[in-house]
Write a protein that binds this ligand. Structure first.
Ligand code: PLP
Length: 311
């Protein structure tokens, strides 16, 4: 593993397996001391070495070394150019919806998380942003819901709570054809099981409070931008203006959680399968919903998308 001597250069680790990327992060070791766990930089203001010179850090609302390591790690895991760490999943989604202008229209998954439902209805509704809920697994319904002012598809897949699955690649193609941004809330599958940016999405969001953190101790959110520098800059302006970034201690907790993401996700899958098999034998259980485990595995390969959805 390469040791870096400053915070600017880092390794995207393209040749490593997902598991190794999750463990090693971006810098891997802290450049000044060689600490293999990125320290918690509990600092706000940074002294410049000289007039006109900077260490790359000035004020923690703008950049913080621990947050930067987390953001770069998430950009690496999701395959985007830039990631941003927020104080909650709600704050992350607020930043994404802030890309819209008054008069714009957004299509959302009909079974979306309740908090997202509130953001778009109660908060952005009064700023003149229109929205329509649609069954994202029904591509004809999606096409029918598009309006001339549709600027974003906001897709949660699988949805919370009913685990409805959408075809990210097909939806991305439709979104692109009408010039709309394709956003995927990847909270439930995480980049370990699903890579929306590789399937054509422009932006990924997370409530990293869930599987990424993994220990129920850190409220947090992530936004990852695939390749559009202009969008990344807009999110950057949003986070530094709103002050909704994640605190250094929480960034460190999340970095620590991410190191064990692959092993935890595999175990979640095994456990869910056992619970499902038990539920299937219970006479009082009429119906239960779970994401088919074969789908989640296959969804990592974009080329297998159609077969996956037919399982
Ligand atoms: C799919 C999904 N997105 C976003 C959120 C909001 O995240 P947070 O609770 O971290 O603000 C949640 C929370 O449960 C969620 O399940």
């Amino acid at each position: 593993m390469k040791n870096f001597s400053n915070y600017t250069d880092y390794d995207k680790k393209d040749n490593l397996h997902f598991e190794s990327k999750a463990v090693h992060g971006a810098l891997g070791t802290e450049p000044l001391t060689g600490a293999v766990s990125m320290p918690i930089f509990q600092a706000v203001t940074y002294r410049h070495p000289a007039l006109g010179e900077s260490t790359g850090f000035a004020y923690s609302r703008l950049e913080n070394p621990t947050r930067q390591e987390l953001e770069r790690t998430m950009a690496i895991l999701e395959g985007g150019i830039k990631a941003f760490a927020f104080s909650s999943g709600q704050a992350a989604n607020m930043a994404v919806f802030s890309l819209l202008n008054p008069g714009d229209h957004v299509l959302l998954s009909d079974d979306i998380y309740g908090g997202t439902f509130r953001i778009i209805g109660d908060v952005f509704g009064k700023y003149g942003i229109e929205h329509t809920y649609v069954e994202m697994d029904d591509l004809d319904a999606v096409k029918a819901a598009i309006k001339p002012n549709t600027k974003m598809f906001f897709v949660e897949t699988p949805t919370n709570p009913m685990m409805k699955v959408a075809d990210i690649q097909a939806l991305s193609e439709i979104a692109k054809s009408v010039g709309a941004l394709m956003v995927v809330d990847n909270t439930f599958l995480t980049p370990y099981f699903q890579n929306p940016l590789k399937l054509g999405a422009d932006i990924v969001t997370h409530s990293s409070t869930k599987y990424l953190g993994g220990h129920n101790d850190t409220l947090s959110g992530i936004v990852v931008v695939k390749d559009n520098e202009e969008i990344a800059e807009k999110i950057h302006v949003h986070i530094k203006s709103h002050g909704s970034q994640l605190a250094p201690m929480d960034c460190w907790l999340l970095l620590r959680g991410i190191k064990t993401l692959p092993v935890r996700m595999d175990r979640h899958n095994e456990n869910a399968k056992k619970v499902a098999e038990w539920l299937r034998t219970q006479p009082k259980v009429k119906k239960f919903t779970m994401l088919d485990l074969r789908i989640t595995k296959i969804m990592r390969q974009p080329s297998n998308r159609r077969e996956a959805l037919e399982v």
